[in-house]
Design a protein. Structure first.
Length: 365
């Protein structure tokens, strides 16, 4: 079986360094808010290209902390609207509603599966205060048009960079393109920890200090609480692991790009639709294909010894959690969620495995 993703194999790429780093933390006796966190914040901020990085418990917390901090700073208030792609993982939406803000869903471009830049301006109302981009599947969603729209309407530009570590727009990395960005280091990500972990990157000093306090029970000084905060911290073991793996992120992303290139060049089946390639940078956290008989194709590949995934079978507006939206219709998003199938695409794969997957897809009838 060619697994969709083997976390054991991913970890084994750097197992000696990771084991050494973890043992160092264990022997230090310091497990929270220590040297490894400070080092990762410095390293990751430098890598992304921002002045600040604030570690936290997970990617959802990172998203929530950004919006909560802007509420505390007075830039957002209850009921304000945040434009967000309709085609996204539900965490993006949850962070908005958790902060008593109103998501305004905008359809994707079917060629890229990212938010359609041409539909953003018409979604703006007098209550719009922010655009939250999602670099979904690892592809850059940012465009100069989106940036210009945000500047023209004085909107915050926020990034959900949970799936796009290392992705670039010209000479800048995603996570440094707007006012603030959230990152997830869930184990299956391109830069994954050995458990939950997240971070915020930004150049805004005041936002940084507010998020640091909010994530620490609302406290900037011990036993003094400015905000009604939460407890959201990356532990020292996760920070140590990420410090090791960050060194290899570019190399591993390059391998993903080589696999994706092979898929684009090799897959030749009229029933399969591939997203448009080479229009924006893509670190291929997920390699999505579209097929009208998606479930039958998945079974065909399973029978051939190939494991695949579906990202995601039910869009946010059709979830029970947002039952008030269930009567809405977003045809492009629904089309994607009915047809999307994710192929294995990770740095542990061999050329032979990639070619075998291509051959089996081309045999599908």
């Amino acid at each position: 079986m060619i697994k969709y993703l083997s976390l054991q194999s991913i970890t084994a790429l750097h197992d000696t360094e990771i084991s050494t780093a973890v043992e160092r933390v264990i022997c230090s006796g310091w497990y929270l808010q220590g040297q490894q966190n400070r080092l990762f914040e410095e390293n990751y901020a430098q890598y992304i290209g921002t002045m600040h990085c604030i570690t936290c418990g997970n990617g959802l917390d990172a998203l929530c902390l950004i919006l909560r901090a802007y509420r505390e700073l007075g830039l957002l208030k209850e009921g304000d609207e945040v434009i967000v792609p309709a085609n996204t993982y539900i965490a993006t939406i949850l962070s908005i509603t958790e902060n008593q803000l109103t998501p305004v869903l905008v359809e994707p471009d079917i060629n890229t599966l990212e938010i359609d830049e041409q539909q953003i301006e018409q979604a703006i109302t007098p209550r719009t205060r922010a655009v939250m981009l999602v670099h979904l599947y690892g592809r850059c969603a940012y465009t100069s048009l989106i940036s210009n729209i945000c500047q023209r309407y004085n909107l915050l530009l926020l990034e959900d960079n949970a799936q796009a570590h290392g992705c670039q727009y010209d000479e800048k990395r995603t996570g440094s393109l707007g006012n603030a960005a959230a990152h997830s280091f869930y184990p299956g990500k391109n830069l994954g920890a050995l458990g939950d972990a997240g971070a915020v990157t930004t150049d805004d000093e005041q936002l940084t200090q507010t998020i640091q306090s909010l994530a620490n029970y609302g406290s900037a000084r011990k036993y003094e609480f400015t905000f009604k905060g939460i407890n959201s911290r990356m532990d020292e073991i996760q920070a140590a692991v990420l410090n090791v793996k960050l060194q290899y992120l570019n190399e591993e992303n390059q391998r993903r790009k080589m696999i994706a290139k092979a898929y684009h060049e090799g897959i030749n089946n009229l029933q399969i639709t591939l997203t448009k390639d080479n229009d924006r940078d893509n670190v291929h956290h997920i390699f999505p294909i579209l097929c009208p008989s998606r479930n039958r194709l998945q079974q065909h590949l399973k029978d051939s010894g190939i494991e695949t995934m579906i990202h995601y079978p039910i869009p946010p507006h059709q979830q029970q959690a947002y039952k008030e939206w269930n009567e809405r219709h977003y045809p492009i998003t629904e089309f994607i969620h009915q047809q999307e199938l994710s192929l294995p695409c990770n740095p542990t794969m061999t050329d032979e495995e990639v070619q075998f997957i291509i051959d089996q897809i081309n045999k599908y009838q």
